[in-house]
Write a protein that binds this ligand. Structure first.
Ligand code: KIV
Length: 275
């Protein structure tokens, strides 16, 4: 049997069309968040397919409890820093809370600012039927849109908790309906967050566009994690779906402790480290 192509060897730039091809070929899509130049450069050099400048920057970069406070200007600052580092990955940027729910003109204006001022490749919006007017208006301007269903953190005050979504039939049926609406509108992909693996698998089979899961099992077209969580920079957040690939907070603390010790004991700088 012929070995499946690996996008890292075949594409010098990932586009929304490449993601569609990857779904058709059965190659999984790897997506991570980034919010700054240095991290984005490392991710791009490593061969990540998609970088999400997520509004999770509100939590991991700014220390807010939710994603609600981050502003459009702050998202543009993070996204433009990422854009300056990236040559290959597709850059998707979240439209922050309050910049697209009001009406579709406001949504389009927000999306245009992200594309123009940050140089993003696409935007992401949370929600289904309730935001479909905004999704269509943005798409009509030639801006690629990614949907986001299931646990949508901008609606945390409606949900009241971050528990797994769509475990009941009514919510699961609405999610499938929303996925079809997003696909018909022309979205190039959908993030499925914290929903039962069996439901995510059904959605993935039901739509032709790629699905990217976070806490949605493996029968989706790709995976996304928040970089600071998977590297162990954040330590308090540990949902079942999160795999930690590193314990970076301990490593950094160790290095900083050594540095402090060296400074205090005048072991740094030594003769070779001065002019
Ligand atoms: O903002 C974010 O990081 C996200 C991911 C959790 C998908 O939307």
């Amino acid at each position: 049997m012929e070995k499946a192509k690996d996008s890292r060897q075949y594409y010098s730039k990932i586009t929304t069309h490449v993601l569609q091809e990857m779904k058709l070929r059965g190659e999984k899509i790897a997506m991570l968040t980034a919010y700054d130049f240095s991290m984005a450069k490392i991710l791009d050099d490593a061969g990540i397919d998609v970088i999400l400048v997520g509004d999770s920057a509100s939590n991991v970069m700014a220390g807010h409890k939710t994603t609600l406070p981050i502003t459009l200007n702050e998202m543009i600052y993070h996204a433009s820093s990422v854009q300056r580092a990236v040559t290959r990955a597709l850059i998707v940027v979240d439209l922050p809370f309050g910049t697209y729910q009001g009406n579709s003109i406001e949504a389009l204006q927000s999306a245009i600012r992200i594309m123009k001022e940050a140089g993003a490749n696409a935007i992401k919006i949370e929600g289904g039927e309730e935001v479909i007017g905004s999704v269509k208006r943005i798409l009509s301007a030639g801006i690629p849109v990614m949907g986001h269903l299931g646990l949508t953190p901008q609606a945390i005050h409606k949900f009241g908790t971050y528990v797994v979504r769509a475990t009941e039939k009514e919510e699961a049926d609405k999610l499938i309906h929303d996925a079809h609406l997003l696909e018909e509108a022309g979205c190039f992909g959908i993030v499925l967050e914290k929903i039962p693996a069996e439901l995510a698998a059904r959605v993935t089979k039901a739509v032709k566009i790629p699905t990217i899961g976070i806490g949605a099992g493996h029968e989706v077209d790709g995976q996304v994690l928040v970089l600071h969580d998977m590297l162990g920079i954040t330590t308090k957040f540990s949902p079942r779906f999160l795999r930690r690939y590193h314990n970076l907070s301990e490593e950094i603390k160790g290095s900083v402790t050594l540095y402090i010790d060296d400074v205090k004991s005048v072991n740094f700088p030594n003769d070779r480290e001065q002019y």
